[in-house]
Design a protein around this ligand. Structure first.
Ligand code: NDP
Ligand code: OXD
Length: 313
């Protein structure tokens, strides 16, 4: 069995190759170079089209991230199946990020930080959790775990998914018909959707104005993909007070340009796509286990994280 590794965006392939060689000693594992021998499986992040045009025999394309939107923009070899990371250490980081952003906003720690810089000793009036219901868009591997964690902090939690779900402690909405009720019941909105044709631009003036029944004071946490947000709609909503703030980890164009107004807006917190980083050891182990299962005769459709190309995630 031959495995090729093709990683871009500052991901060094060498440690991945070493890890995979340790996990799969019988396999021939190489870093991809143009013209390399055809492989059975590939471990990739944002590979160039040339890679896929050459590697026409690939059975499995193992993405070292959870989102596959960039891969689905490429022309795939005819029989290749895409497998994404299924948690692999990301959900606990997402929980940390989202709960931190939510609690920082709810408890007004940003205001205390500003006061502390000025040496001001001043209490904020306590706020009630029931006034800050949280809506999680996307109840998949990451969204469901985040929803449970928020519920542990006793915020009312609802979730929205494509297909109907029943999850203890989370009020579930689904589909286009469920979106209205979901938005109306959510004051803080967390986006954990995959980027697909249906979800692109879903965070926009119209949807964000429907938060909490149209009342001002909504808060946005986008940790999914930048293209979920219509970026030009955000600052007017913040400046008008319709939204109280936003924590953004992902952007339409990354890295975020130094002159982008999001960096300096007082109600926006920016992080550099760092909410849940790929954990190499766990990811190598997960990918190797899936390759072993396939080599032992398992069907792709039995693997967690196998992508349905038509659905887009
Ligand atoms: P999953 O595929 O496990 O979950 C996706 C969820 O979104 C499912 O609940 C799905 O519904 C729902 N969904 C998809 N399309 C729609 C739609 N049209 N309407 C309503 N709900 C929809 O993904 P993960 O939880 O693993 O990851 C989610 C995303 O998080 C990734 O795609 C990636 O873009 C992003 N991400 C960002 C990271 C970062 O560092 N910022 C790190 C990792 C991931 P259903 O349950 O019905 O299928
Ligand atoms: C991912 C990401 O999709 O890092 O895993 O955004």
């Amino acid at each position: 069995m031959r495995i090729t590794v093709c990683l871009s965006d500052n991901n060094r392939p060498e440690p991945w190759v070493e890890g995979l060689r340790r996990e799969l000693p019988q396999a021939e594992i190489q870093i991809w170079t143009p013209g390399a021998a055809l492989a059975d499986h590939a471990v990739v992040w944002a590979p160039p089209q040339q890679f896929l045009d050459e590697q026409q025999q690939l059975r499995g394309l193992f993405n070292i991230g959870a989102g596959v939107d960039a891969l689905l923009n490429l022309r795939l070899p005819p029989h290749t199946r895409i497998v994404r990371l299924d948690d692999a250490g990301m959900s606990v980081q997402m929980v940390e990020y989202v709960c931190h952003a939510l609690i920082r906003h709810f408890r007004e720690f940003d205001v205390y930080e500003a006061d502390a810089r000025e040496g001001v000793w001043s209490y904020r009036r306590p706020r009630a959790r029931r006034d800050f219901p949280v809506g999680v868009m996307g109840l998949g591997v990451l969204g469901e775990r985040v929803g449970h964690a928020i519920a542990q902090f006793e915020f009312p939690v609802q979730g929205w998914s494509r297909s109907p779900r029943q999850i203890d402690g989370i009020r579930c909405f689904d589909g286009d018909q469920g979106l209205d009720g979901f938005l109306a019941a959510s004051r803080v909105l967390v986006c954990l959707l995959p980027l697909t044709a249906q979800t692109r631009g879903i965070l926009n003036r119209e949807t964000l104005s429907r938060l909490h029944g149209g009342r001002p004071g909504g808060y946005l946490i986008n940790v999914a993909r930048g293209a979920h947000l219509m970026e030009q709609d955000l600052i007017p909503l913040l400046d008008a007070g319709q939204l109280a703030g936003a924590a953004l980890d992902v952007f339409a164009s990354e890295p975020l340009a130094p002159e982008h107004p999001f960096w300096r807006h007082p109600k926006i917190t920016v992080t550099p796509h760092a909410s849940a980083r790929t954990q190499r050891e766990e990811s190598v182990a997960q990918i190797a286990a899936k390759i072993r299962a396939l080599e032992a005769g398992a069907d792709f459709d039995t693997l967690p994280g196998v992508v349905d190309v038509q659905r887009g995630y």
